[in-house]
Design a protein around this ligand. Sequence first.
Ligand code: PMP
Length: 412
Amino acid sequence: MGHGPQDVHGGVDPHLGRYAARTAGMTASEIRALFAVASRPEVVSLAGGMPNLAALPLRDIAAQTARIIAEDGLAALQYASAQGLPELREQICEVMALEGVRGHPDDVVVTVGSQMGLDLVARLFCDPGDVVLAEGPSYVGALGSFATYQAQVVHVAMDEHGLVPDRLRAALRQARNAGRRVKMLYTIPNFHNPSGVTLAVGRRAEILEICRAYGVLVVEDNPYGLLGFDGRTYPALHSLDPENVVYLGSFSKTFAPGLRVGWVLAPRAVREKLVLAAESATLCPPTLNQMVVSRHLATQDWRGQIDAFRETYRERRDAMLRALEDHLPPGCTWTEPDGGFYVWVRVPEGVDTRAMLPRAVDARVAYASGTGFYTNGLGGRRMRLSYCYPPPGRIREGVRRLAAVLEAEPAL
Ligand code: PMP
């Protein structure tokens, strides 16, 4: 092929010398790599975090989308504001108000999913070598964004009430003593991915105070906050300290992830820079998709829709917890989420969830090994089980298969 000693298929990349240094931090996440295997129909996948969209009113969405194009097609198919459509930004403020956030539409930036928000925040704040604090474990997609901008993630331990304030203080002190620059705390306070844990209300102000005292920005990632099984919401960190919190929201879990509509609410000066960064990334978020979301919020019973999602996920959470109780071997423990999509399981000593995964897939069940949720090699005795997508019968079958795999491990 003339590129060098071997062609691309031979394993040597002919562009090797050309990539920017930052690409060294880009690695395929274990979880993404799993997707292909886990989506085979015979495999019960407890691995992914795909929402269950069966309850969506597809006919209504189709009719609304057709109307948008028929009545407002020239605008819907045109470029629009880099910051996002003004009417949608107003509606986003109403959605956030459900969790106590008092945001102004001028301070909202619409993004292509909150994943883009994570990328923009990392782009704005992270220089190579900067430290980002994040719960241990933390969301894979966020870890990827921080790695892309060559920041170093330092994990802060959580317990059953979420991030531990004393551990946060210790991490900040240690980083300061080591002369490191800590840029932000990235946190998922509600129905955490992957642990399923919610940050205790009593810890919220304390964590914000610690970050203020150390001059560290707080990035609050809250895609699951409206999916509490008893309908309860918790005060957003943003509502307690709006000037030092950048808030990330998303319609992926409460409406439709394929539309890729999320947002960032930021203090004004940060928002101005975010819009510039967003503009250089995408010019503007997709106009039609924003209109579909906006019309959905304006014409549908979207709160009733979220109630229906919550009910489905509560049922599936119950099915999973019952199955874990019934089938997992002694020595396993797990979290009991009050909302969201995930249970975090600890397996007995000697079991390595990453090494076990191919055996689980052979037994037609998939999970996400805990190691993908840490940047420091921890997580080998943990796994994330998602109950959001498979119906209860499949969840039970998946857990039964998983239990059999665990029992066959040499360590047990
Ligand atoms: N943050 C967290 C904690 C998530 O779990 C997810 C999706 N799995 C995202 C952000 C990204 O969501 P989206 O880009 O679809 O809005």
